[in-house]
Design a protein around this ligand. Structure first.
Ligand code: PHE
Length: 456
């Protein structure tokens, strides 16, 4: 019989869970990664596939992940181990938890470096450095930052300390309060920026860039684009590595999982779309390159802030909010390994969090060096930062997500999932969910993988 509480603490309410999970989902993935990957694949077609993946694969897998977490009530590794035992299945399922730890480790190592860029930009905005910025100047400012390993190391270190400190104290305290004002504030500021983009940028152009899919333009990159859009959906929703699973383990047994998953995914998607609508009109109006890569927002937004009234103030507030958004996501990336160290190694929480943070920090150094001193060190044609980003978002997270779907749909007995989802076995909601996790999600992910490696 599964327990009704977790030793790591519990959310004080259903709202606290929604806030924390939204805090995990909304982050650099929405505001930094979504616009630049959409830009790399020409906009509309990518966005459409992304939206389909969020609705058809993301939401059902998020429900499955919350459900497994809440039933297991431990770190993802031990949750999978005890659920597999409970359902009479193989202990090998705990490998899923291990894969999640590896993914979280790799993601956080580069995530912290990018969050470091965001911290650096808070000070550039506050210092008035964006005033009168145009494309050339914005690019030079960005390049000066990424080519300086010492600065990158300093910001990366500060961000990892921030993350480690919160996880050391326990996620249930603090996170709830932070996200409660952060989300509305971030949302409001994004709306302001969309208005600014509508007035000062090429809004119609930006809008149609994002929402009129042109698959023909992708040509031979079709498979790659679909893989990236699917990967972006997993990354943005924090799925497939145990972050949502562990947050689910702190959720009380009465809350409706389906409703929660829909709310979290909708908010996450809304933020990503708003970010796109704030950025692409500026990109087009200033003749910038939509496919500029990871530097896209850092080379675009300073131009907008440099020209808008009170741009220094708006810019500062924006980057501060982005730091907070990245912080609440980073916390969820560090939490699963910390919980495991507490459960299996008997470490105190602060010690476990510190150990995880230090290990991630060390790997992050390889990521930040890949932007400058080690730019010629490549594996499969990519530097460490790009490699970790690619492997996690496009391969490990979808793979983890599919295993979660298969476990929830095929291994877990129906009585268990009916009981957890509380939808009624014959209800439309339950049957749709079951079909999605049993057939649709696994089939889609496998087809996209096979297609991307050229087998079909
Ligand atoms: N979803 C987060 C973002 O969009 C990143 C993340 C991925 C967090 C995976 C946890 C797990 O920024």
């Amino acid at each position: 019989m599964s327990s009704t509480t977790s030793v790591h603490g519990m959310w004080s309410s259903r709202l606290a869970f929604i806030l924390a999970a939204t805090g995990s989902a909304v982050g650099l993935g929405n505001i930094w990664r979504f616009p630049y990957t959409a830009g790399e694949y020409g906009g509309g077609a990518f966005v459409l596939v992304y939206l389909i993946c969020v609705a058809g694969i993301g939401i059902p897998i998020m429900m499955a992940e919350i459900m497994l977490g809440r039933r297991g009530r431990q770190s993802p590794i031990n949750t999978m181990k005890s659920l597999a035992r409970e359902e009479g299945s193989s202990p090998f399922w705990q490998l899923l938890g291990w894969m999640g730890i590896v993914s979280g480790f790799l993601i956080l190592s580069f995530y912290s470096v990018i969050a470091g860029w965001t911290l650096a930009y808070v000070f550039r905005a506050a210092g008035g450095l964006f005033t009168g910025a145009e494309a050339q100047m914005a690019r030079a400012m960005f390049e000066a930052l990424v080519s300086d390993p010492e600065r990158l190391l300093a910001w990366h270190t500060i961000f990892m300390i921030m993350t480690g400190l919160v996880v050391a104290r326990g996620v249930a305290s603090g996170l709830e309060r932070a996200v409660r004002w952060l989300m509305p504030a971030l949302f409001l500021l994004l709306v302001v920026m969309v208005f600014y983009a509508a007035q000062a940028g090429d809004f119609t152009g930006g809008f149609s860039y994002m929402f009129s899919p042109d698959f023909a333009r992708l040509g031979s990159r079709f498979g790659e684009a679909v893989l990236s859009a699917m990967g972006q959906a997993f990354f943005s929703l924090s799925l497939g590595m145990g972050a949502i699973m562990i947050y689910g383990s702190y959720l009380n047994s009465r809350a409706s999982i389906g409703q929660n998953a829909i709310i979290i995914a909708s908010m996450d998607t809304l933020v990503a779309l708003l970010a796109g609508l704030a950025i692409f009109p500026i990109v087009l109006a200033n003749g910038l390159e939509a496919g500029a890569g990871p530097g896209l927002i850092f080379q675009t937004l300073p131009i907008a802030f440099g020209q808008m009234p009170f741009g220094g103030l708006f810019g500062t507030v924006f980057f501060v909010l982005l730091v907070f958004a990245a912080w609440t996501s980073a916390i969820s990336l560090l939490e699963p390994m910390t919980a495991w160290l507490v459960e299996n190694r008997g470490f105190s929480r602060p010690r476990a969090a510190a150990l995880g943070a230090i290990a991630v920090w060390l790997l992050g150094i390889a990521c930040l060096l890949s932007l400058n001193l080690w730019s010629n060190v490549t594996v499969l044609g990519k530097g460490f930062l790009d490699l970790f980003d690619y492997v996690t978002a496009n391969i490990l997270l979808p793979l983890g997500g599919v295993c979660i779907a298969i476990f929830a749909g095929w291994i877990m007995r129906r009585v268990s999932s009916v009981d957890e989802l509380a939808l009624g076995e014959r209800s439309f909601g339950y049957r749709t969910w079951l079909a999605l996790v049993r057939f649709v999600a696994p089939a889609c992910v496998i087809l996209v993988f096979l297609n991307a490696i050229g087998l079909i």
